[in-house]
Structures are given as C-alpha cells and as structure tokens.
Ligand binder design. Structure first.
Ligand code: MG
Length: 289
C-alpha cells in the first residue's frame, strides 16, 4: 500500500495512491481513520486503512503534500553512506571535517521539521546566499514502532514504510560551518514524498532502487543494497540512546552523482527540475526557485 497526505477543498487528510497514481480518500471510506499520517502511524490503524482502500473513492483535484508534512522531531540523515559518493565528496573539497573517505561509523546529522516541503513545492534556492545548492536523492525509512536500544535483529519490525527525500544542501555553508545543519537545514531544503510505501509492500529487506535526474539528465542510480551502513545498523546506532518515535524519519544517504561530484561543480539554478524516482514509491519532482 502507498499512503499519501493530500489536500482538497475539504481539507488535509491521509489517502492512498492506486496503481494509476490517483489519490483515494481513505477517510471517506472509513470516517474512524485518523486524518493525519502521524496519527495513523501512531495509532496502529494501518490495518483499518488497508481495509478501507478497496471502497475508497478517487479524489478529483487532490494536491499531494509531503507524507509527513511536519515531523515530530528533526529528520535523521546519514552522510557518506555509499562508497562512490563518499569518494566524490572527499575529493570535492567540500568536506571540512573528514579524516577518512569511508567512515568507521554512521555519520548522522539532522534537518529540522521546517525544512520539509511537498512534491509540488519549489526548492527555495534563493535562501542559499552562497549559491551552491545541490541535490541528494535518498531513500528514507519511516519508523512505525518506537523504541530505544533497538537491536539490528529487531530493526525491521520497527519500520512503518519508506519514502523519498531530497537532502538539498548548500555546499558552501556545509563546508564553512563544519557541522552540517546550517547547510542542510534551510527552510524548504527537504522535499519529501510523494508516498510512503508500507513495509509489507516493500519487502524485508526492502527491494528499493533510486534514480535522480536533473532537467532529464540521469545523475544518480543505486540500490538500497549498496549502502555502507544498512538500515538495521542505522536504526540500532541512532536508537542506542535516542528514543525513536512513530513517524520519525531516517534518510539513509545519497549515492554518487551529486553536483559537487563534477568538476567544476554543477549546482542547481532557478528553473531546474530535480526528479527522484523509486519504483514502488513514486516520483518526487521539485522545481528550483
Ligand atoms: Mg544526504
């Protein structure tokens, strides 16, 4: 099942995407369902949502928002988690802190909830005064069952599903401030969506591959199997002492092919279109403003 958050003239609520990409109104089929995604995840109402799908009417004129428009806490992100990307970042000159190309432990940082935008929103590159805005297509994990001290063996049982995140980055700020939050936490620098594919539909481990295009040119392509630190390792590392809660998001890292991987760097400019596709989830495409 693919779940979305959408808005129409009756307000904002959760829905499902059918095979054709149409939005289905789950709440119309089952008024007892939570209207927001965090409520649905936290209440364990996935079974009811799945039961409602067959009877849910198609919504005309729906606008799809980020599946979790306002996460409860910062989005966890992982740096340098694909080998080829770790190499391109190390050789780009924009990595201010690393002593080694491939990290010994997951490099975890975060993006604030205010950075989240939806699939139809524009990336506000004008907020990056350093004019070095770059894209990072990523597969993200959505936590279903919370916990602290989650073991690698138990990790998949805590996953609600998967979505797509663009970890948009102001490279000069990332380098200048050494800690990455100012370069990566800018308002609107976390496009997310279009849907959450539920864990049962994605498989365990999930069978997911990601591709990124800029203005139709393929820039990134990788499988989730290529991660240096896999999903169970990330969940165990983050939850070792931080409580993960239902609806928390972990962006797993970006493959090679970002703008700073080119010489000279190919930064985004207004009017560009970044398209990220993960079959089984959908397409996240945002125009740069
Ligand atoms: Mg990233």
């Amino acid at each position: 099942m693919r779940l979305v958050t959408f808005r129409d003239d009756k307000g904002t609520r959760v829905g499902a995407l059918d095979e054709a990409g149409r939005v289905l109104d789950l709440v119309a089929a089952d008024p007892a369902l939570p209207r927001d995604m965090l409520g649905l995840i936290g209440s364990g109402a996935l079974g009811a949502a799945q039961a409602a799908e067959a009877a849910a009417p198609v919504v005309e004129g729906a606008t799809i928002l980020a599946p979790i428009p306002r996460p409860t806490k910062n989005i966890f992100c992982v740096g340098k988690n694909y080998h080829e990307h770790a190499k391109e970042f190390a050789s780009s000159g924009f990595d201010a802190t690393a002593k080694e190309v491939v990290p010994e432990a997951p490099v975890v940082f975060s993006k604030p909830p205010t950075s989240v935008i939806g699939p139809h929103d524009e990336i506000p590159s004008f907020l990056d005064t350093s004019n070095s805005t770059d894209y990072e297509g990523e597969i993200a994990v959505v936590i279903g069952k919370g916990g602290r001290g989650i073991s690698e063996a138990d990790a998949y049982a805590h996953i609600f599903g998967y979505t797509i995140v663009n970890d948009v980055t102001a490279r000069t700020l990332q380098h200048k401030h050494r800690q990455w939050i100012l370069g990566k936490g800018i308002d609107g620098f976390c496009p997310m969506g279009p849907a959450i594919v539920t864990a049962d539909a994605a498989g365990t481990p999930p069978n997911l591959a990601i591709s990124t295009w800029v203005n139709g040119e393929l820039r990134q392509r990788a499988s989730i199997d290529d991660l240096i630190f896999g999903i169970p390792t990330l969940i165990a590392a983050i939850s070792a002492a931080i409580t993960l809660e239902p609806g928390d998001i972990i962006a797993t890292g970006t493959p090679a092919g970002v703008g700073i991987g080119f010489t000279p760097p190919r930064f985004l400019k207004p009017g560009d279109k970044v398209r990220i596709e993960v079959p089984g989830i959908g397409v996240l495409e945002n125009k740069v403003a």
